[in-house]
Design a protein around this ligand. Structure first.
Ligand SMILES: [Zn+2]
Length: 97
């Protein structure tokens, strides 16, 4: 019972996150080596407490509340999204490790 409720809450959080990201900035697309990425800015404010992300470019964590870039391969879909420092996404060559 408890576990089921918690899982429901989590799904709701993911939806809320997406909506707030839409409000923050409209997604746009960027080509990196012919791969189309959908890109959004986020301030990370809706992250779960204690959540941080590992930037795939510099491999340094992005702390909650830091304005950063979320990007995903448009064809692979939003599930493949990664979080980047803004400057790291600019130099990102389109190849995820
Ligand atoms: Zn970085």
């Amino acid at each position: 019972m408890r576990a089921r409720r918690r899982r429901g809450a989590k799904e709701q959080q993911y939806r809320e996150l997406d909506v707030s990201m839409l409000k923050l900035s409209l997604p746009h697309t960027v080509l990196k080596r012919g791969i189309e990425f959908t890109v959004q800015q986020t301030n990370g404010a809706n992250a779960e407490a204690g959540k941080s992300w590992l930037c795939p470019v510099c491999v340094i964590s992005i702390e909650p509340g830091l304005n950063h870039t979320v990007a995903w391969d448009t064809h692979r879909g939003v599930e493949s999204r990664r979080h980047f420092h803004n400057h790291c996404f600019k130099i990102f060559d389109g190849l995820l490790p």
